[in-house]
Design a protein around this ligand. Structure first.
Ligand code: IVH
Length: 677
């Protein structure tokens, strides 16, 4: 409903702007627009969600700016928008920033860039000032404060003056150092340093978290920004690690002594690297107007290859002395501008609307499209999410639709061209039976989900088997969607245990030349009997049990019989006969998954803390290995820590370990420990 309202509003405004307006009409429109924008600001900053694409929001803001420019008197007579929004949640203690955290002015066209440059050239009296152009990361702004080299505070932007204190959550983010690498000699040590940056979720992590949530029957995050903002403001700090949050720093707040300060943005980038702080991974130097256009284009071209979410480029004057001359307004510096890229948009036709049956029976409508390329990939399908969403957008078979990549990630239908709708088209009618098994569908009270009620639906079964065999579960090579289709289609597999009853002769009957691949498939299935227990638990597709819960259960239960016996204490549905029978059958068929792996006797119940950079293992790899062997990795050293694994440039954790007398290991010792039986 609301999105439709916004579209209507846009149409009205576009008309209104071109028509002659009375000051009263302008005042009214400004009021409506400001209220609408404030509502979206609140959704975005405080609730970490949004109802409209960013581009639509930007259009609303531009309309408002345009009206305010043409009707300054009307604009002054109605309550104003707070300059930069407010992300304080009320759930954290707040902290004042030493220097206000400003927003950035926006540019949408080369003409806007020209205006920005002309003003700077005018103030500096030079035609060719040096700029730096960086990608604009799309996440949540954060200020990090280090005192004498130690991280003491991390605060959100808040209202620019004070923000939420999220130190505990930021301290566990894997690329945020707790202690800086400061030079002993040569160069001045910054005793107090405040840097600003963005908390974000890498795109592959975003995809992984969403796939996991979908599998566990939880709603997806619409945008990586929502995931980052939602995670880092939870009180469960471990989520920040599980969801792979990262930080990139790109601005200097305050630094003491002043002699330690870099003199330019490029010097800051180099200093960040020396101090061990994560910077922006790429940037482009530029000089003068022509250089600026080129660099912005370079960011646009490079954008599809970025591993992080980005919605534009940030242009900055390079030299801090120049920045000081140009100065700032109340809400934003005048020496920088954010060039927002319009999301790529394509038109295409909806050929059909099909329904996908998920492994828990949820029916998801999908638009089958005439293929188009969007942001470098061919798109032939786009999810329509659910029944309500189709009704709201009124997408019909035969419609021309606008396709954008939401947050430049997932292709989404953002609108329908009603003018080109075929005369005979009819609204889509959500079927009342499952397309795979023809059982009636049920609507769940409280949710938008429509589910197949069939007890033996082949659609659900296919997805369950695909999930069981998938990489994050049993990782059975050769058992992808095409093979699953065959196995289910032939009736050889009617439930997970049937995989362990497949007959070589049956598989060979599929064709003459496939002996090798049949043997490989059977061997892979055989190997899966000895997989790690958490993989089997995750593969069973128990509602609400994703990888994390599966790992917890595996540690607690130790084996499949253990899962049947003790699992229900933590996950009640495991007591149901369908799970009890399924587990018993897998055990009978020889699935002997255990947890932890053979090293378990050494590491079970042991708590490790990692500090510094290990020679070959990344932090994630080391954690996985320790966990696979039954150990636990904690983020801080306490008296109950069993071992601290120390790499190059260790942090304060090493001092604490020494103070508590906790044994220290290097990577080689850790590896030996992991190999011990
Ligand atoms: S410089 C005075 N550089 O965009 C502000 N900001 O819309 C200095 N952002 O608050 C910020 N990528 O959170 C800068 N490469 C980048 C950025 C960036 C993302 C964010 C930042 C800022 C917001 C403004």
């Amino acid at each position: 409903m609301k999105a439709r309202f916004v579209f209507l509003l846009l149409i009205l405004l576009t008309r209104a702007v071109s028509a002659a307006e009375t000051p009263d009409a302008a005042r009214e429109k400004i009021t409506v627009l400001r209220a609408e924008i404030a509502r979206h600001d609140d959704l975005y900053h405080r609730q970490s969600t949004s109802e409209i694409p960013d581009a639509t929001y930007d259009r609303l803001r531009r309309e408002l700016e345009e009206l305010e420019r043409r009707h300054p008197d009307a604009a002054r007579s109605v309550p104003s928008l707070a300059g930069i929004g407010d992300d304080r949640t009320g759930r954290f203690a707040t902290r004042r920033h030493a220097l206000p955290m400003l927003s950035l002015a926006k540019a949408y066209s080369p003409a806007d860039l020209q205006t920005f440059h002309a003003r700077i050239a005018g103030v500096l009296g030079r035609e060719n000032p040096e700029y730096v152009v960086e990608p604009k990361l799309d996440g949540l702004a954060v200020s990090l404060v280090y005192e004498h080299g130690s991280l003491v505070r991390a605060v959100t932007r808040g209202n620019g003056v004070e923000g939420d204190d999220i130190t505990a959550n930021v301290a566990v983010i894997s690329n945020v150092p707790r202690t800086l690498r400061l030079p002993d000699a040569g160069g001045v040590r910054p005793e107090r340093l405040e840097v600003r940056g963005e908390i974000y979720v890498p795109l592959d992590e975003f995809a992984r978290v969403n796939a996991e949530r979908e599998a566990a029957g939880e709603p997806r995050f619409a945008h990586p920004r929502a995931l980052a903002a939602g995670t880092v403001r939870q009180h469960d700090v471990a989520e920040s690690v599980r969801r792979g949050l990262r930080v990139a720093c790109f601005a200097l707040g305050t630094i003491e002594p002043a002699a330690a300060a870099p003199a330019s943005q490029r010097e800051l980038q180099a200093a960040l690297a020396t101090w061990g702080l994560p910077g922006i991974p790429v940037s482009w130097p530029a000089q003068g107007r022509a250089g600026l256009d080129e660099a912005v284009e370079a960011v646009r071209r490079a954008r599809d290859g970025f591993a992080f979410p980005s919605d534009g480029a940030v242009v900055k004057l390079n030299r801090f002395a120049d920045q000081r001359i140009v100065g700032a307004s109340d809400t934003a510096p005048r020496w920088a501008v954010a060039y927002k890229f319009e999301p790529e948009r394509r038109e295409t036709r909806v050929r059909a609307i099909t329904l996908q049956v998920g492994r828990t029976g949820v029916l998801t409508p999908v638009a089958e499209l005439e293929p188009v390329t969007l942001g470098g990939v061919t798109v032939a399908r786009a999810t329509l999410h659910n029944r309500e969403e189709i009704a709201r957008k009124d997408v019909r078979v035969g419609d021309m639709v606008y396709l954008e990549r939401a947050g430049d990630v997932i292709p989404a239908i953002v609108g329908v061209d009603r003018n080109r709708r075929p005369a005979e088209s009819r609204p889509f009618v959500f079927p009342s039976v499952c397309p795979a098994c023809f059982a009636p569908v049920s609507r769940e009270p409280e949710t938008v989900a429509v589910r197949c009620t069939g007890p033996a639906c082949p659609g659900q079964l296919r997805r369950q088997i695909e999930h069981y065999a998938s990489q994050r579960a049993l990782d059975i090579e050769g058992l992808g969607p095409a093979m699953v289709d065959i196995l289910v289609g032939q009736g050889w597999v009617t439930a997970i245990p049937d995989l362990y009853r497949l007959r070589r002769a049956d598989l060979l009957s599929l064709g003459r030349d496939n002996e090798r691949s049949v043997d490989q498939l059977l061997a892979a299935i055989e190997r899966s009997k000895r997989a790690e227990l958490w993989r089997v638990i995750h593969g069973l597709g128990i509602p609400q049990v994703g990888v994390t819960t599966a790992k917890d259960l595996a540690l607690r239960c130790g084996s499949l019989p253990g899962l049947a016996e003790k699992g229900p204490e933590w996950v009640a549905v495991l007591a149901e006969p369908r799970y009890q029978d399924l587990i018993a059958e897998l055990v009978r068929l020889g699935v002997a998954a255990t947890s932890p792996s053979p090293a378990a006797t050494t590491l079970r119940g042991k708590t490790f803390v990692l500090t510094g950079t290990l020679p070959t293992l990344s932090r994630v790899q080391a954690t996985e290995k320790i966990e696979a062997a039954g150990g636990r990795v904690a983020s801080s050293v306490s008296r109950s820590t069993d071992y601290v694994v120390v790499g190059a440039e260790p942090g304060a954790k090493l001092d604490r370990a020494r103070a508590f007398g906790v044994p220290l290991l290097d990577e080689a010792e850790l590896r030996r420990m992991l190999e011990r039986k």
